[in-house]
Structure formats: C-alpha cells, structure tokens
Design a protein around this ligand. Structure first.
Ligand code: 4GN
Length: 236
C-alpha cells in the first residue's frame, strides 16, 4: 500500500462536468480510501474582469476565442499553494504526446498532477511555453475541451495505483500489459444457444488454463491489433 496519496487538480471552465467521475465505482472508492484526492478549480474564479470572462480574441484575426494567460496563471498558483508536494502542470491537447498504457507507471509515481482543460481555440502560447511542464493527448482526434481527456487520465492512473483494484492479478493479466490484448473471458451460464465455454476453462487444470489464455491473447492481438506485436519486436 502506498503511504502518500496522489493529488489531482483540474483547472476548467466547466467544473460540473467532473461530478460523475467522483461518484461511481473504483474512483469513488479510491477517494473514500484517501488513495487519491481530486480538486476542481473553476477558471472563472480567476477571471481578471467584472464580467468573469477568461477568453479573448486571437491576435492576427480569425474566428474563435483563446483562453487568456493571466486567469490560468492565477489558477495554477492557487492549485500549487494548496499542496506542498512537487507538482506537474499538464496541458491536454491534440498536440501532446499520445498516452499509452506503459506511460501510466510514470504518472503513478507523481504526487500532484495539475490538468489544464482547454476550450475554444485553446490557450495563449506563452502559457504553454512558460507554465506547462508536459503536453499530453489521449489520441489523434479533436474534442470540444480537455475535460474528457483529464477524466480519462485520472481514471487510467487511479486504477493502476497499487491497492486500488482488489485483485492484484487483474492488473498483470489485463489488456496491454506486455503489449498483448486480453484473452476471451466467460461467465455463467456454460451454454448459450450452443455457444459453449471452452472446456479447458472448466477443467481446473491451472497450467493448461494459463497456456490457453496466453495462446488466445496472442491470437487476439494478431487478429485485432497486429501493430502491437510489431512494437514488441522493435523494442528488443
Ligand atoms: C485534448 C483536448 C483533444 C484532446 C482537446 C486530446 C481541447 N481535444 N486528443 N480539445 O487529448 C484545441 C484547444 C482543442 C483545446 C483543445
């Protein structure tokens, strides 16, 4: 069990979008067990004008608005002030490094992750240059905001923290560890319209079951994601 919790801070103009991820399943339990803590900062609280806006027109013209430097800067100072542990400021954007399962072990070592959720056309470049430590992406597509990527980061990191998932083996044998997909899994009943659970899985022979699972993990990977096997070869 880890001694220190991971602190997540999120800077967003839509704080209520995050309510659902606190309330359900593994994340809810991890918060209850004080393995993680999540603090949401409403960027509008750090607005520098009376109308509480945080965006402005883009220099050089063109459609769309940009989030201003100063509200973001003030929000990050506030996020850092609340926790003395070393923090990393992460900007979520399609220009970031694309998250892969093997990056998660890097994040679970961190004490405090501050996620900046962009909206509109993004944020002032000077904030990225001077305040952001790392720019990350969840994949090669564009969303309306960084909120969903922040939730995905928090979900993927939290479930990998030792002590969060009850079953130690579920982390070792799941998809993507060792760059392989999971094998097919079955539960009751044994027979669904003559689709019968493979008999080895009912045999109780653990060695045979392990072999079957590895074989079908390889088969799944070869059929569905052959690119993962190529990665494996290149690494060695
Ligand atoms: C991140 C943010 C996609 C990702 C985003 C991603 C908000 N879309 N692939 N949308 O991780 C331009 C500036 C779009 C803000 C950004």
């Amino acid at each position: 069990m880890r001694k220190k919790m991971i602190q997540f801070s999120i800077i967003t103009i839509f704080p209520n979008m995050f309510n659902p991820i606190f309330k359900y399943g593994i994340i809810r339990q991890a918060i209850k067990k004080k393995i993680i803590n999540i603090k949401i900062l409403n960027l509008r609280d750090f607005s520098i004008n009376k109308r509480k806006t945080v965006d402005d027109k883009i220099y050089g013209g063109g459609p769309g608005m940009l989030i201003m430097f100063l509200p973001l800067f003030k929000a990050v100072i506030n996020a850092k002030k609340n926790y003395k542990e070393k923090s990393i400021v992460i900007y979520l954007s399609p220009q970031g490094k694309v998250l892969k399962h093997n990056h998660i072990k890097y994040f679970i070592k961190k004490k405090h992750l501050i996620f900046i959720c962009g909206r509109y056309k993004g944020i002032d470049e000077r904030f990225i240059q001077t305040q952001v430590d790392e720019e990350w992406s969840i994949g090669d597509f564009v969303l309306t905001g960084g909120e969903l990527p922040a939730m995905i980061f928090i979900d993927a990191i939290t479930r990998s923290i030792p002590g969060v998932l009850n079953n130690k083996h579920s982390l070792i044998e799941e998809s993507f560890n060792n760059d392989l997909l999971d094998c097919p899994n079955y539960t009751r009943p044994k027979n669904i319209a003559n689709h019968i659970v493979p008999s080895i899985l009912l045999s109780g022979n653990h060695k045979k079951i392990k072999e079957w699972r590895l074989k079908h993990s390889l088969k799944n990977t070869l059929l569905k994601r052959p690119d993962l096997l190529k990665n494996k070869k290149n690494k060695k």
